[in-house]
Design a protein around this ligand. Structure first.
Ligand SMILES: [Zn+2]
Length: 331
């Protein structure tokens, strides 16, 4: 929930709930059109929906900053309870046509329960959330359809994964092309120019000093532009850490075979002119040395704080096998 110092910086109609991985933070916007920004990981969907309903009642609209599994996992359940879902237009279109690449779920091996997008969002569009008007700010980079939400009167900026207090969103140079890092940097400049009073990131705490958070994020984003190999490795570390978090670790003996079988790892290895075997070994070695992963009881675990996921919750189909809810609705 919102704790003292954080709460004081937010208007009364905003509830901000920080959550550890594998869930994005939750942002509830109270008022006549009750809205929830991002919906967490599928493994915690019931908890997310129960919390939102208990806290606020019927959620009229769920807005996704982007379609990664830690942001859209509650969509399915909330939609079943009558919420509409809004998302960036490129992602909305891909979800509508049941593109197998939806949510990068299969590519990243991160499950997402099937959902639909009721409202595609465009850059500059005004969106009534709660009782306030928010502006959609297209911020491609971390994903091509990534968006931020800007509330000009209160100078609140919900930034999704574009940046956090300590970090900048990883970019997928294999999937989104070599320009993805430059695109992400341009999006960050655009967000910084809004000069928000309060930054609402999807991970980690509310930054005490938004301009300092931007300065750090811009520095890191420039590094991703200048060092594409470093950007590829950074992305690989983030994806692997997430894989460990949602599986309660992976047996050490199975970690390399797991990595060899992943499309994202094979793509990253190709960009780095390495074999998947070399990159997988390097990744595990680097992360063990830096302490971002640890070996415990024969399993590799992510070191960062995270909430356990029930293995059953991972048993949802990848988007290529999602039922076509649109055609069912229209029948
Ligand atoms: Zn993300």
């Amino acid at each position: 929930m919102v704790s003292g110092a954080d709460g004081e910086r937010l208007p009364a109609w905003v509830t901000w709930r920080p959550r550890p991985f594998p869930d994005a933070n939750l942002l509830l916007l109270h008022g006549s059109r009750l809205a929830l920004v991002d919906s967490g990981f599928v493994g915690h969907a019931e908890e997310t929906a129960a919390w939102a309903h208990a806290r606020a009642g019927h959620i009229a609209l769920v807005v996704n900053t982007h379609w990664h599994s830690d942001h859209v996992g509650g969509n399915s359940l909330l939609q079943a309870a009558g919420s509409a879902v809004a998302a960036g237009a490129p992602e909305a279109a891909a979800v509508a046509r049941r593109d197998p690449g939806c949510c990068q779920a299969e590519y990243l091996d991160q499950p997402v329960a099937p959902y639909t997008v009721d409202q595609p969002l465009h850059d500059g569009q005004l969106l009534r959330l709660g009782d306030a008007d928010w502006q959609v700010v297209a911020t491609p980079g971390h994903t091509p359809g990534h968006l931020a939400l800007w509330q000009p009167e209160e100078r609140l900026l919900a930034v999704g994964d574009a940046l956090s207090d300590y970090d900048v969103g990883w970019v997928d140079l294999a999937l989104d092309g070599p320009e993805a890092a430059t695109t992400a940097l341009a999006s960050l400049h655009r967000l910084a120019a809004l000069a928000p009073k309060t930054l609402l990131p999807a991970h980690g705490p509310l930054p005490a000093d938004p301009s300092a958070a931007f300065a750090t994020a811009l520095r890191r984003a420039r590094r991703l532009v200048e060092d594409p190999d470093g950007a590829v490795r950074y992305g690989a570390r983030r994806v692997f850490a997430f894989a460990l978090m949602i599986r309660d670790g992976i047996p050490a003996t199975e970690a390399e075979p797991y990595l060899h079988a992943r499309a994202w790892l094979t793509d990253a290895a190709r960009l780095l002119h390495l074999t998947p075997e070399t990159l997988a070994a390097e990744l595990i070695d680097t992360m063990l040395r830096s302490g971002t992963i640890v070996l415990r009881d024969g399993r590799l675990h992510a070191a960062a704080e995270h909430t356990q996921v029930d293995a059953e919750a991972l048993r949802v189909p990848f988007p290529r096998a999602w039922p076509n809810l649109y055609s069912q609705r229209n029948e």
